[in-house]
Design a protein. Sequence first.
Length: 301
Amino acid sequence: MSMLAILPLRTRPIRTAKRYSRSIVGIRQQQRNLSVASALPEAYLEPVSERGIAAITLNRPNAKNAISVKLLKELRDALDKAAFDPSVNVLIIRSSEPGSFCAGADLIERRTMTKAEVNKFLADLRSAFCLLEDLPMPTIAAIDGPALGGGLELALSCDLRVAGANVTKIGLPETKLGIIPGAGGTQRATRLLGASKAKTLIFTGRMLTAQDALEWGVVDVVSDPSSTAYDAALTLAKEINQSAPLALRAAKMAISKAPELDLDSGLSFERACYEPLLLTSDRIEALNAFREKRKPMFKGE
């Protein structure tokens, strides 16, 4: 046998060793990536470009921000921080990555949970959404991707909803999975849309596009095709942020209470929200700014 015929056989172990080495390096890199990913928060509060506006960012992009136990706990922690931060005048709920919002509960994780764990998860989810709904400052959901099931229930817990022009999946599909919306969807959708539209949306499990959702009244704004829901939500937040912080909180309190009260009781509650504002520094600043023909500088005092 010639030497040329033998050489390929002798070099194979070297090539195999190199491939093995590259494989090990690749595996170790994947392990480091997974370790870093697991250490990152799945939901967190952060400031944005303008003072007075903050965002709670959902950060499970590979799972379309499906709500895991970890994400839910961190969402609750972020909501607690926002609730007691007087510097936050407007809060946006958004995704860390374009093309996402929240795809609902993490059904892969759900399959590994016991009945008791599922019950606790649902109780914690309802509690978190109620906390979001009851935050003192205006809240805006920036829907830049699918908002399904618990994801839409999250958005319904906000005061306002902005959808990206290209979003095609907004809905409550639970009846097609053998259940019903379990984190406030049946109640908040009915209060927002009326019973007939809420029943249609939930009975059919229909998927709405952004434009459909605008026509139904599920969302309040659809972004321009050239921008994102977050861009449009930030524009809206900046407009809201020009108002006096204490007035915004009082207005939200009065409006949110209105459906629970008859008109006379509602007017009395409105007056109770109104009168303390007359004694605030921001009220005096607004009057001075009007007289001096300048923009008021509100301090939330």
